[in-house]
Design a protein around this ligand. Structure first.
Ligand code: SF4
Ligand code: SF4
Length: 428
């Protein structure tokens, strides 16, 4: 912890980048205040059960928005990981967190629960009853996990001048070598966002990748790692490494939170196998951007891009998602003011600390309400962000959809007729 936090000179430049400080104005809810507490914990001046320590560290989103704002190079994320591990080792988890993380540790536990959630979502009751209260917001989160084609955006597609797809300077699938990519399925993505997995497979295939399925994968372990439950996180990581490390040239991830931890498996496991697998991990936007990506047919919509914290701050991927959206002709792209700040989702944070999560979200919803022209869709590449922002928009009564960037590229490719012509994966 010391090495990561030692460079802090208490200048306070990070405070305006911290969502919880902006909401509360409380120094204890700022990066600088938390660093003071974490150092006191490390030196033994505070016990791991100290209520002030727990209150302020539990309220940290782990978004790492403070890191790029810091001129001294403080590695806040690594310091937080060490502090939470020390706290977990001393006191375990609060009951609610233990229950949720216990479910995500075992496929036999989360699969039936998510199957029920999917069945309930299919009734469209969550869409009808979503709202601003705690129950209505939860229903809004589930409704916002629906496929983009169901949100009405598809009805706003417009034809190009000649209705034909356009070529970009990066060439077509016939001019690039075939690269094999293993799809990381994860838990929430697989259970509620399988449509994003399908869009990922189709768009990568159009861009010259061969996408393969690998059995034996489990949850990435990010939720456990964020909570300091390192033994559970390592156990899940070792299962994934055994399943995936030798299977393809790259491992593609379309969830920013999962991708950030998968790229960190070398550090988490301290093993050559973990580092070898981590070196192969790419966000889907990185692989697509490497190939251009190929342009699709026009879709005339206003899109606000919001960068997931674990893509922007943890993985340092900035331009690739914009390149994906830029491959949709007619799509008018705007980067949302405050895009670099967390939406309040932060893994299971929004479940465990709903009031703070909602307060953090309000700034983003206010940005969207004020945006001119009004976006049709918010694009963001992380399931938690899609659900949190989508629920916030529903609660505010704003008629704005949410979509993963690859969903929009997929719609564009579909409109271009790529799938009918090429019978991608034999699905269409
Ligand atoms: S973390 Fe960085 S920006 Fe924040 S107070 Fe410390 S040195 Fe300053
Ligand atoms: S990780 Fe996010 S919430 Fe935590 S101190 Fe840094 S900016 Fe604030």
């Amino acid at each position: 912890m010391g090495e990561a936090l030692d460079p802090c000179v208490h200048c306070g430049f990070c405070l305006p980048a911290c969502p919880t400080y902006l909401v509360t104005g409380d120094e204890g809810h700022s990066p600088r205040g938390r660093i003071v507490l974490m150092r006191a914990l490390e030196r033994g001046e505070m016990s791991p059960g100290d209520p002030a320590l727990l209150e302020h560290l539990d309220a940290c989103l782990g978004c790492r928005g403070c890191e790029p704002a810091c001129p001294s190079g403080v590695d806040y994320g690594r310091g937080l990981e060490a502090a939470r591990t020390q706290i977990f080792d001393a006191r375990g988890l609060p009951p609610a967190a233990a229950l949720v993380l216990g479910v995500f540790r075992h496929r036999w536990a989360w699969r039936p629960l998510f199957a029920l959630a999917r069945a309930f979502r299919a009734t469209r009751i969550p869409h009808l009853l979503s709202g601003g209260g705690r129950l209505g917001f939860g229903l809004g989160m589930l409704a916002s996990s629906s496929e983009q084609r169901d949100t009405g955006t598809a009805g706003q597609r417009v034809s190009g001048a000649d209705g034909q797809p356009q070529q970009n300077e990066m060439g077509t699938t016939s001019t690039v070598p075939l690269t094999t990519v293993a799809l990381f399925r994860g838990c929430v993505m697989n259970a509620l966002f399988s449509h994003v997995h399908e869009a990922t497979r189709r768009t990568l295939t159009v861009n010259g990748y061969r996408v393969v399925e690998v059995r034996g994968q489990v949850c990435c372990g990010a939720l456990h790692e964020h909570a300091g439950a390192m033994e559970a996180a390592r156990s899940l990581a070792e299962t994934n490494v055994a399943a995936l490390q030798d299977e393809a040239d790259f491992i593609v991830v379309n969830s920013a939170g999962c991708g950030a931890l998968l790229k960190n498996y070398g550090h988490l496991l301290g093993s050559a196998a973990g580092a070898k697998m981590a070196a192969k991990v790419r966000d889907v936007s990185e692989l697509l951007a490497d190939r251009g990506p190929r342009l699709g047919a026009p879709i005339g919509i206003e899109v606000a891009y919001d960068a997931p914290c674990h893509l922007q701050h943890a993985q340092r991927v900035h331009a690739a998602p914009l390149a994906v959206l830029g491959a949709v002709p007619g799509l008018r792209l705007h980067v949302l003011p405050g895009s670099d700040r967390c939406c309040g989702s932060a893994g299971i944070y929004s479940v465990l600390r709903p009031r703070m999560a909602r307060a953090v979200l309000e700034n983003k919803i206010a940005s969207l309400a004020a945006a001119q022209p009004r976006p049709d869709v918010v694009a963001t590449g992380n399931p938690g962000c899609l659900m949190q922002i989508g629920a916030g928009l529903r609660a505010a009564g704003l008629p704005i959809g949410v979509a993963h960037p690859v969903e929009l590229l997929d719609l564009s490719y579909d409109e271009a007729g790529f799938y009918e012509k090429k019978s991608v994966n034999g699905e269409r």
